[in-house]
Design a protein around this ligand. Structure first.
Ligand SMILES: Cc1ncc(COP(=O)(O)O)c(C=O)c1O
Length: 377
């Protein structure tokens, strides 16, 4: 139940990738047959990824993952547009692949507005509009948050960006292939393969035709000079297949997961002193995030792990720092409540049986931990 962290490679995806390791191992830049075979496979994947987003094939560029796509979207866009201004707007609950780039850009002459969110983790589009100045060149707001699952009103934010002629980027790593994305007013989008049953280390950036953006990785001019480096052919082939499967299964899997998610939330909230983190309705179909007061998230994770359940927490030592999750603090949780958070993210392999199992085990785990907790006494 930790599919927001990563997913297993689908068997069909793996099957499609296999020949590209040692039989069809050509370099897609080579002119000979083996090279052209690899080129064809990459272009088929590009079409499959584009089809999932309903965009043109030429607007898709392959990268090494969501992190690289985020880095390129931000750094590449602001560098290319620095004559127009130096201001970026983002939110306080973005992934570090956005926030840490923003910090780097601040040290290099750019200024960043970090918008607050409400108690559900929602950005108010009016706040976005108010933050726009003559110097604003880029707005970047994630589609859905990886910790609490809150889905942002990116359609409204995109329309505001368009009205003010500011570029709009969204980190869609957690929504790509899971829910529909309205691409109308999106100029740049980041996605990752390993969150949708594809291999790790491959992702994409969508760049709307006409967007002024510079590359940040230079070399042999691959990906039409946007991202140099010999293409990860098996990875890209797997990503393309994963996109094809995601498109086919999206509607039914979304409905199935939502049912399981709702059952899980309802069941977990039956334990006293439990808070739901994130929005009750504007929420990823597979995301559950709750805080059990008076306990440590890490202790719950370890107890669940011993029972064969993989889960995650926004609490301290998982990230090797004593600070709880910036997302949970941004939605107004007290430090101690943020420390008691548990994230369960469902996926293809989970069934109702798994949900029932967790719901059966959790009350006892929490009861035991609270008995040990000085805060609960
Ligand atoms: C919202 C979000 N953005 C970016 C990333 C980074 O993606 P990748 O692991 O492909 O580098 C993640 C991964 O967890 C994520 O959840």
């Amino acid at each position: 139940m930790d599919h927001a962290a990563t997913t297993p490679v689908d068997k069909e995806v793996l099957k499609e990738m296999m020949p590209y390791f040692s039989e069809k191992y050509g370099n897609a830049s080579s002119l000979h047959t083996a090279g052209q075979e690899a080129r064809k496979a990459i272009e088929l994947s590009r079409s499959r990824c584009a089809s999932l987003l309903n965009v043109e094939k030429e607007e898709i560029y392959f990268t090494s993952g969501g992190t690289e796509s985020d880095n390129l979207a931000l750094t590449g866009t602001v560098i290319a547009n620095k004559k127009r201004g130096n201001h970026i707007i983002t939110s306080k609950i973005e992934h570090p692949a956005i926030l840490d780039v923003c910090k780097f850009l601040e040290k290099n002459g750019f200024s960043v507005t970090y918008l607050s969110v409400d108690r559900y983790g929602l950005v108010n589009p009016k706040d976005v509009e108010k933050a726009i100045t003559k110097k604003t060149i880029l707005i970047t707001i994630m589609h859905a948050n990886n910790e609490i699952g809150t889905i942002q009103p990116i359609e409204e934010i995109g329309a505001i960006a368009k009205k003010h002629k500011v570029y709009f980027h969204t980190d869609a790593v957690q929504t790509f292939g899971k829910i529909a994305i309205d691409m109308k007013d999106i100029d740049l989008l980041s996605a990752s393969s390993h969150k949708i049953y594809g291999p790790k280390g491959v992702g994409l950036i969508y760049i709307k035709k006409g967007t002024n953006i510079a590359p940040i990785i230079f070399g042999g001019g691959h990906e039409r000079k946007m991202r140099s480096g010999t293409e990860n052919v098996p990875g890209i082939v797997g990503f393309g297949k994963a996109c094809e499967l995601a498109k086919k299964n999206m509607a039914s899997e979304k409905a199935r997961l939502e049912k399981l998610r709702n059952k899980l939330i309802r069941g977990l909230l039956k334990t006293e002193d439990t808070i739901l983190n994130g929005s009750p309705d504007k929420r990823l179909p597979n995301n559950v995030n709750v805080s059990f007061r008076f306990v440590e998230g890490e202790s719950i994770i370890l107890r669940l792990d011993a029972l064969g359940v993989a889960a995650s927490t926004g609490s301290a030592c998982s990230s090797k720092s004593l600070e709880p999750s910036h997302v949970l603090l941004a939605i107004g949780l007290k430090h101690e409540d943020a420390h008691g958070s548990l994230r369960l993210t469902l996926g293809k392999i989970n069934t109702e049986k798994d949900v029932d199992y967790v719901l059966k085990k959790i009350p006892k785990i929490i009861e035991d931990l609270r008995k040990l907790s000085p805060l609960a006494r």
